[in-house]
Design a protein around this ligand. Sequence first.
Ligand code: ADE
Length: 426
Amino acid sequence: MDYKKGKYKVADLRLAPEGKRLIAWAESRMPVLMTLREKYRKTKPLKGYRIAGCLHVTKETAVLVKIFVEAGAHVSWSGCNPLSTQDAVAAALAADGISIFAWHGMSVKEFYWCIEETLKIHPNLTLDDGADLIFTIHNKHPEFAKKYVIGGTEETTTGVKRLRAMAKDGALKYPVIAVNDAETKWDFDNVYGTGQSTIDGILRSTSVLLAGKNFVVAGYGHCGKGVAIRAQGLGANVIVTEVKPTAALKATLDGMRVMTMNEAAKIGDIFVTATGIKDIIVDRHFKVMKDGAIVCNTGHYDCEINLKHLKKLTKSVREIRSDNEEYTLKDGRRIYVLAKGRLVNLAAAEGHPSEVMDMSFANQFMSQLWLVNLHKKGKKLENKVYDIPKEQDQEIARLKLQTMGYKIDTLTPEQRKYAEDYSAGT
Ligand code: ADE
């Protein structure tokens, strides 16, 4: 193995063989990406382009990174969360000569050090999950935007929301594709991916029975809905808290109970935050929770559960098992916090299954390729946030269905004409 080509800092290179087996397993579940790999490994359309990425270092991400490399790109990568890196996977990428700076359990200072290391390649393209890489360029290296970067892509709801706010204020220095907002991303990854992986994280760190529990989900967007329907399927009594009337209404028609967090806090057994907003669970909620309540978060940042508030009410903390800490409060009640309030699905489990990441990362690959193709044609996008091209969404869904062995109907020319015929009535 040639360790010299790429620079890296990972936990333990000896884990590389295990990482390679995990990546091979993910590849066997990601047929759309495998199709794209076959299509572009020979023509190498990304040759001469440098991509810096900041996205969870998982076996699925490794599949994407390796395809970028096979398509000709020079890649440098860091994780986008201090607790989500799968160390064996990071080691496998380093062993393959890919520049990677990621290990599980890093500090916040180390997190930003890793991002800075990836920027040393002077990227032409950025790929983010949570926008920390883009923010670092804007705040610390604004000259990169003019000198090197042609565009970026963003994977997650939280990141896209902030980038849209930046664009609105005229503060965004290069165009960004909102991969998150593709239909083949958020209708699948955010719903079924978050749903399954969040339950997976809760079960791995607690092994509790979900049937019969009062299971509180804060936020009924795509992610919250995914968690709620899976918990409901396992027999939990699901309670939803929301601020948006339409989302709350959908939750009631999906069979969930809706109430305020002040009310839910008194009766919940398990709490999951999925809002992207800070201070969803704070001291007034901890004060009324039942002894034994479990709290965790599946939103991008660790600001949804206010652990500072919890610590103020606490007399002692001990680790019960991996990713599960028991806070004993001054009044004797115990509250269990999973994964330190960070993304429970990636910190305590392995993130979304490969099958859904297949579509999300096909969107990432196609969006990066789109930016490169525009650049090659000398076309410049404005410094805005762009939705992915609609045809890309349909193409990825078509490919996914094909690889799953499903066929669908097509409209006849007459049917298509009928669909658009505004003179036709009853
Ligand atoms: N986000 C959620 N699940 C993920 C996974 N398996 N890999 C990368 N990013 C993710």
